[in-house]
Each structure stands twice: as structure tokens, then as C-alpha cells.
Design a protein around this ligand. Sequence first.
Ligand code: SF4
Length: 234
Amino acid sequence: MYDMLCPGCGHRTAMMILDELIENHKLKEKVIFALDVACCSLLIDFVNYDSIMCAHGRVLDVTKGYKEIRKENIVISYMGDGAAYSIGMEEMLHSARRNDDALIIVINNGLYSMTGGQKSPTYIDVKSQNDRITTTNSLDKPRQVYNGFLIENVISKLPINYLARASLTDKDNIDIAKKYIEKALKKYINIGGFNMVELLSPCPTNYKLTPKDMIDRINNEFTKIYKIMEFVDA
Ligand code: SF4
């Protein structure tokens, strides 16, 4: 499969998981990908399904509109953490509050990757205490501490059906990711409502790490804050 993603990019792993599930459940004719822009948009060249490119952060609005008129379709709402938790946070909150029919995949690498690695709300820098002190851009403003943004603290009490977090690092974690995504998919098909899986995802390019060091960093540092677990399973 040809793609334009960087070596070691987690988007590729996420797409392979989704591909496998769609194939196994024979859903190809029903699936529509609602893709956010930025690195998510690179998937459009090799996604072998109908797809819609959405304005940044507006994937859940497009999903809702689409499901209103084409209820029979399975819309996979695919976005990065910047779109999900910053630019599209309003959409996220209201979609969760309404328990909209949605199957949501959030690729969390803590960055706005395509535009050069600006820090998103989920950014954490935990290499050392000093490294936690950082700025978001070249303005070199006063020091800020990035503790990360935990979506489970915000939407778990809303009437959603499923919320989980997994990681796209090694085989064991990818197996957990598959299990959670399959569960979300089945709930979405059988019950409907708001079903979301966040995936901790490597972006070696912007962290300036080798793919192996990037995986170690997620496993050893990110997961201290971003717990791998199911938060809501209604
Ligand atoms: S910049 Fe990061 S998220 Fe984007 S394709 Fe490269 S590794 Fe993947």
C-alpha cells in the first residue's frame, strides 16, 4: 500500500486496524470516512472507501448531517487531537451531550503535525522537569507547563455510549486498540449513539525521534498521564 505518511507514523497503523475491521465485518459498501484536514487528509489518497474531507475541526458536524440523510451508512469520523480537542471542541461537546450517532477515532500525538509540530491541548513534555517548560511557538513567551488534556474528564459524565483510549505502539497495545475499536464499531451499529476511541499515536517526525524512541516515549511517558482503558461502556 502506498502512502505519503512519514516512517513510523501512527496514522498508518490506525488505518490498517480500521481496514481489517471493515473487511472482517464486510462493511466496505456502507462505510464513509469523514476525514479532518492536516495529516489525516493524507489518508484520502489510499483509503479505499468513499470519503469526505471536512473543514478543520468540523468532522462531527459533517457526520451528523450525513447521518441525518443516510442513516444506513457507517460514518467513521477520523480526526487528530488538535481538531478534536481544540478547533472542534465545541462540536465534540455538543455531539457528546446529544449522544449523536457517531463512531469517532481521535489520533492523539499531542501536536498539530502537518504544520510543523505546534503543541495541541494534549501535548505533554515530561522528559525532565525543565523540559516541561516550553512555548507553543516562536513568540518565546513566558514559560508554560503542559499537563495534557484528558477528554475523559470532560465527557465521561455526558450520556455517551463508549469512550476508551488505546495506543498504537507495540503488538500488545495494538491488540487492545483493535479490541476497543471493534467494540465501539459494534455499539455504533447495534445501538448507535456516541462511541469514541482515542489512540496515542507516534509522530517521530515532529518529536525528532526515531520510530523506536517515539514508541518508547509513548509507552514510558505518555501513558503515565493518558491511561489505556475504557472510561465509558454503557
Ligand atoms: S508529521 Fe507526524 S502525524 Fe504527520 S504524517 Fe508525519 S509522522 Fe504522521
